[in-house]
Design a protein around this ligand. Structure first.
Ligand SMILES: *Cc1c(COP(=O)(O)O)cnc(C)c1O
Length: 469
């Protein structure tokens, strides 16, 4: 393809994009394909000679689009959202046009300095104090891995990378039973080992870790000759929005010298609104915090904001400087590849700049507040409906419920059938989780184009389909 033809196709793609976003609400939210449909529609072998864009684009519409679950659908109430707002899409287009490699300051000064500035904008938006500095990671999983590697190296006096873990005292990391599976994987990959991830029981309405049980577990480990290394807290867990008592837990982390990391992948975005910050009192005392602008803030995947009180700990853990990566004679510059596991990095800061400037913090706050308020209205209505039980109360815009008509026996099976029937229907999309062993259905609102009508439409769909079971 010649660049001469590019602008014509670029315009077609732009028109297509606008139309897609304006009509996506008419499509079933979840893809209605069967496993193998797309695979079988794709030729088994690659073409030997090139094809025209007309043919490629037409296959994109015929083969790809029917197999897409529409994350930008206004009635996407499953998982958490992954919003791509219009300015974010434009910024990603530009970033892919320039396609810079942003591993070092020298390989992309503008991207590096934009990242520094944007992470500081986000720091201010969350009202975190100045010692915090940020880096954009590709995902919360990567940020958590970086934090776990840092806790490991700190606890081993920076010897783990060199000597391995052989003959070291077992390191212990503490978290609640409600944390995301990315914590488990970080523990595996870091070599700390699943057996050394200590699950502290939860208590209370927020389903947060019991601080007394945390302290008792640390004491027991010390008495057994093990080495406490880190604490991972969760603010807005994936299943039900579980939130640990941050301040009390960080008191204990400080007392025992543990490195602390807060996973607020979803709920962190809401902290741009002052009225939600009571969910993480004392957050400024954590060593490391991650949240995903790519979930709720309209800055599309991938964009994970990782804040560090002392980036030197992270850099000491991850930096490697072979000669060809050294930028001689430039002091005081940041090479963000030293702050993350991958070397190569995309220009992600651009979409944060476009999004924050387009909406302003106040515009973003208003969207999030609407989502929380509408979700709460739906909750109140379903709570008053016969045969429905609220299982966990709203945490921000997330809550869980169960269909429990009188006389029904196997409620897990009934609710699994309900959620499947709702998703086959296609008007809305929900997912299930387990709460204390029971299968329950989650509801969360957070799609950027969702309206009050979209949220309340979920009521009719849920109750109508439940009746028909
Ligand atoms: C979504 C989520 C993650 C994982 O985020 P990725 O960016 O996909 O790695 C981790 N923790 C929580 C609480 C989440 O909601």
């Amino acid at each position: 393809m010649k660049w001469d033809e590019f602008s014509e196709w670029g315009r077609r793609v732009a028109d297509w994009t606008q139309d897609y976003h304006q009509t996506v609400g008419d499509k079933p939210v979840r893809a209605m394909t069967e496993p193998g449909d797309v695979l079988n529609a794709l030729p088994a072998t690659p073409p030997e000679s090139g094809e025209g864009m007309e043919a490629i684009f037409s296959d994109f519409e015929d083969i790809v689009m029917p197999g897409i679950t529409h994350w930008q659908h206004p009635r996407f109430f499953a998982y958490f959202t992954s919003n791509a707002s219009a300015p974010s899409v434009l910024a990603e287009f530009l970033s892919s046009a320039i396609a810079p490699q942003c591993m070092l300051w020298q390989t992309s000064p503008a991207a590096t300095e934009m990242e520094t500035r944007m992470m500081d904008w986000l720091r201010q938006a969350l009202d975190l104090p100045e010692p915090f500095q940020g880096v954009i990671q590709d995902s919360a999983s990567s940020a958590t891995l970086a934090a776990v590697l840092t806790m490991r190296e700190k606890a081993l006096n920076w010897q783990g990378n060199q000597q391995g873990l052989f003959k070291q005292k077992p390191l212990r990391v503490y978290c609640s039973s409600e944390v995301h599976t990315s914590i488990d994987r970080a523990i595996w990959v870091s070599g700390i080992g699943q057996q050394n991830l200590v699950r502290i029981p939860i208590k209370g309405d927020w389903r947060g870790m019991d601080p007394d049980a945390l302290e008792a577990a640390i004491e027991a480990d010390i008495a057994a000759g093990l080495q406490p290394a880190g604490l991972i807290l969760c603010v807005g867990g994936t299943g039900t929005g579980a939130t640990d008592p941050v301040e009390q837990c960080l008191d204990i982390a400080e007392k025992y010298g543990l490195y602390s990391h807060i996973d607020a992948a979803w709920a962190g975005s809401a902290m741009i609104c002052p009225e939600y910050r009571h969910y993480w009192p004392g957050v400024e005392r954590a060593d490391s915090i991650v949240f995903n602008p790519h979930k709720w803030l309209g800055v599309q995947f991938d964009c994970s904001a990782h804040f560090l009180k002392n980036p030197d700990d992270l850099v000491q853990t991850l930096a490697i400087s072979p000669e060809y990566l050294k930028t001689h004679g430039k002091d005081g510059i940041i090479n963000y590849s030293e702050w993350s596991v991958p070397l190569g990095r995309r220009f992600r800061a651009l979409k944060i700049w476009f999004v924050i400037r387009t909406y302003g913090l106040e515009g973003l706050r208003q969207r999030l507040r609407n989502h929380v308020n509408w979700s709460n209205q739906l909750h109140d209505k379903l709570a008053e409906t016969d045969a429905f039980e609220i299982i966990t109360a709203p945490m921000w815009s997330l809550w869980t419920f169960r269909y429990a008509p009188a006389g029904a026996s196997d409620l897990d099976d009934l609710n699994l059938r309900l959620v499947n029937a709702i998703n086959d229907d296609g008007r809305i999309y929900l997912t299930q989780t387990r709460v204390d062993g029971d299968l329950v259905i989650r509801f969360q609102a957070g799609q950027f184009e969702t309206t009050e009508t979209d949220v309340m439409a979920a009521y009719d769909v849920i109750t109508e389909i439940a009746k028909g079971l």
